[in-house]
Write a protein that binds this ligand. Structure first.
Ligand code: ADP
Length: 207
């Protein structure tokens, strides 16, 4: 027994067993980008396409997690770190259950994203930068948050009063000012195919 009285419990089912039955591998696709950049929009469309292909897929969304598991965490640097730590641990559980997990979190700090990445094998974690200028995000303002943030009514708002660190070496960069949603979905599913996560031919055609 370890010093903290915890013992890891092992399963009789390996991830390889699950993946053989599923006919695809488990993986984490980690979207990072400013609020309004398009993370949720692309995540839900990609989820639908993969589901239709018979892939076990699940979306972890920042706002949704903050309404449950992460309720009570603020947007201070420390709480953002804890928010991402918990999110990454949940993503790992889904990965271990054989899912393709699509994570949509602003996750503004490189160090926190690196920690998330370190939880699973390197070839099962794909950082995707959902790129969009702050000017365009302010113009879109789908949740009316920028208006409030610029009016100083939301403290620590990423891009306005809190920093965003651009990913250093993402697997994929999707510029949503120039890439329609359907093309973004195809870029992601093509990536999964090329990386051997899904075996079927990449998705083609219109949504
Ligand atoms: P986030 O999850 O990053 O906060 P959302 O997906 O909630 O962003 O909001 C993005 C907004 O931008 C939506 O209103 C969406 O319709 C719009 N949008 C316009 N063009 C695109 C695009 N190419 N990709 C993704 N979203 C886009």
């Amino acid at each position: 027994m370890s010093a903290n009285n915890l013992t890891p419990q092992s399963s009789k089912i390996s991830l390889a067993d699950i993946e053989t039955r599923n006919k695809h591998k488990g993986a984490i696709i980690w979207f990072t980008g400013l609020s309004g950049s398009g993370k949720s929009t692309i995540a839900t469309e990609t989820e639908l396409k993969l589901f239709e292909k018979g892939i076990n897929v699940y979306v972890l969304d920042g706002d949704n997690l903050r309404m449950g598991l992460n309720k009570g965490l603020t947007f201070s640097d420390d709480d953002r770190k804890e928010n991402i730590r918990r999110a990454a641990e949940v993503a790992k559980l889904f990965y271990q259950a054989g899912f393709v997990v699509i994570c949509g979190f602003i996750s503004p700090f490189n160090a926190d994203r690196e920690e998330a990445k370190a939880l699973v094998p390197a070839d099962r974690f794909f950082e995707v930068f959902i790129k969009c200028s702050i000017e365009e995000c302010i113009k879109r303002d789908p949740k009316n948050l920028y208006k409030k943030a610029i009016g100083n009514r939301i403290p620590n708002f990423t891009g306005i009063s809190s920093p965003y660190e651009v990913p250093v070496n993402p697997e994929l960069i999707i510029n949503t000012e120039t890439t329609p949603v359907i093309d973004a979905v195809k870029l992601i599913t093509d990536m999964l195919y090329l990386k051997g996560i899904i075996n079927d031919t990449p998705i083609t055609g219109k949504t």
